[in-house]
Ligand binder design. Structure first.
Ligand SMILES: O=P(O)(O)O[C@@H]1[C@@H](OP(=O)(O)O)[C@H](OP(=O)(O)O)[C@H](O)[C@H](OP(=O)(O)O)[C@H]1OP(=O)(O)O
Ligand SMILES: Nc1ncnc2c1ncn2[C@@H]1O[C@H](COP(=O)(O)OP(=O)(O)OP(=O)(O)O)[C@@H](O)[C@H]1O
Length: 491
């Protein structure tokens, strides 16, 4: 990119999260990702550069090992003319959702990350001018803690996402709770995955976005500004799934198109398109934890129908969901078991502050950092080394619990398909596709006390306001079904 010739008119607002703001190039398949910070808390250019360098290194040397070369796009740092950045910031400001304006885009350093635009990245070069559909999913934590340090039984039964939903609705972050449960998505069971994806389509929150040719066509910019109309979505998608038409519009058409969409997402998520170095690093056998969440609407429906066993087919080892789950499961002790270890590291650092850099708390995130993450031993020998390894593994796990998955799909003809290109078929069309992961910024060491506090708040809110009310209803349902089993067995 020729940085001297940067023109803000060639860029447009693309999206943002809590930490960064993204603009996309109007013609080329690239984005610029700027850091954000609260007003008047600007970092120096050196600090920004260091932060960005850490993000790139972490993607390159650590996350690529966990997720695989092809899934991770670590990007590169770019230095931009300050005038361009200021003009760009002014230009995009009106597009920004109000709820994100508590932080400002960094306009003082001139540094940003340059990445491929994953919403427009064509899975394969041959199809450069083909339309492209992209689905972004933020799946969140896909397992129930198995750690013996967990103090509240409910955490062994209901997943964090489902519990957190109630607190978020109470706090006004979202208007309605979602029926999505990450454990259904991560189950590998197509029926459960279908239910999870349908629930995401019903209540997208910040967990689902759909882009057509790089433009957001479905999902929430914020809780006030959501484009979530299934008929409208079906109108956009019909040419992708039914290119020769023959499908009249109406509710039946909408349902058919949505079903096809869910099918392609499921197939892409279960596909294995890469291998990685940490490939056979097994954090814990999935069987150790419960494979379903008691609060999942899918699970409740099964119980209502007298079935007690939720199928969990398991994920294929090479697929991105499997890799994400394995990285998430580096949180082996749960925040309750981790917090005392964090305190041990803190105490040590209070005594020996100069050791902070040797311990690589704030980087560099290099090969040596990665190697230290591979020790999965849970035997606490009382050392700072043990505590630090668990803290760093926990940070990786938190990062994997908050990352997003991008699936890019492009229609292709039968004679264009070859063995190198993964293809997914629907009833009337075929797509080449690629799967990537984004937002792999390592969670800061300093966020651990916040995690500890938030965990308590989520659980306490759930116990007080939800479980207390739901329990009699659910236990009655269990009882009814048990009665039924008794009749069949003995009489
Ligand atoms: O704690 P959670 O689970 O609510 O996750 C936060 C996300 O909220 P979500 O629940 O996905 O709506 C939150 O997402 P939103 O800003 O709410 O869209 C951030 O991703 C936050 O990350 P960071 O601390 O800014 O790096 C996330 O915080 P971390 O816990 O990952 O640090
Ligand atoms: N390389 C990319 N290509 C296309 N879109 C991108 C890319 N990177 C980010 N985005 C878009 O910008 C949004 C915000 O980016 P990102 O998730 O990295 O922000 P964040 O502030 O780090 O998020 P969080 O709130 O989770 O901390 C994403 O949800 C995605 O839609």
């Amino acid at each position: 990119m020729e940085v001297e010739k940067m023109d803000e008119n060639e860029w447009k607002y693309h999206g943002e999260g809590n930490q960064s703001l993204v603009v996309s190039h109007c013609q080329r398949c690239v984005v610029l990702r700027f850091l954000k910070s609260p007003p008047n808390q600007n970092k120096t250019p050196e600090e920004i550069l260091h932060h960005l360098q850490n993000i790139v290194d972490f993607g390159k040397h650590v996350m690529k090992q966990f997720f695989g070369e092809n899934y991770v796009h670590h990007g590169e740092i770019i230095q931009l003319p300050l005038d361009f950045v200021r003009q760009l910031c002014l230009k995009i400001q009106p597009e920004r959702p109000e709820c994100r304006c508590d932080k400002d885009m960094d306009t003082l350093s001139g540094y940003a990350m340059c990445l491929p635009n994953l919403t427009r990245l064509q899975p394969f070069r041959f199809s450069e001018h083909r339309p492209i559909l992209c689905i972004e999913i933020k799946p969140k934590c896909g397992f129930i803690p198995f750690s013996s340090h967990v103090s509240q039984e409910i955490k062994h039964k209901v997943c964090r996402y489902c519990m957190h939903q109630h607190l978020k609705v109470a706090n006004g972050k979202w208007k309605r709770p979602s029926k999505y449960c990450p454990l259904d998505l991560f189950s590998g069971n197509k029926q459960r995955m279908h239910f999870a994806l349908k629930s995401l389509l019903q209540e997208a929150q910040n967990n689902l976005k759909i882009f057509k040719n790089g433009e957001l066509i479905y999902g929430c910019k914020d809780d006030q500004d959501c484009v979530c109309d299934w008929n409208e979505l079906a109108r956009h998608l019909k040419p992708f799934f039914f290119p020769c038409n023959g499908l009249a519009s109406g509710p039946q058409c909408t349902r058919t198109v949505v079903k096809e969409l869910i099918h392609v997402i499921t197939m892409a998520l279960l596909s294995s398109t890469d291998s990685c170095r940490a490939g056979d690093m097994k954090t814990v056998p999935i069987s150790q934890g419960r494979s379903y969440c008691e609060a999942s609407a899918f699970n409740k429906e099964l119980i209502r129908n007298g079935k007690h066993k939720l199928e969990s087919s398991g994920l294929p080892r090479g697929c991105l969901l499997y890799k994400t789950l394995q990285a998430q499961m580096l949180d082996m002790l749960d925040i309750e078991g981790l917090y005392p270890l964090y305190s041990r590291v803190e105490q040590y650092l209070e005594e020996f502050p100069e050791e902070r850099s040797t311990l690589q708390i704030d980087g560099p995130y290099n090969e040596a950092f990665y190697e230290k993450l591979l020790d999965l031993s849970l035997e606490d020998d009382g050392t700072v080394a043990f505590a630090l390894t668990k803290v760093q593994q926990y940070r990786i796990a938190m990062t994997a619990k908050d990352c997003s998955i991008m699936i890019a799909l492009s229609p292709c003809l039968q004679d264009e398909c070859s063995e190198q290109r993964p293809v997914v078929l629907t009833s009337k069309s075929r797509f080449t596709f690629s799967v990537s992961v984004l937002d792999l910024d390592l969670k800061p060491y300093e966020s651990i006390p916040h995690q500890y506090k938030l965990d308590g708040e989520i659980v306490n809110y759930y116990l007080k306001n939800v479980q207390a009310k739901e329990d009699p209803v659910m236990s009655n349902l269990f009882k009814e079904n048990e009665d039924c089993t008794l009749v069949l067995h003995k009489v």
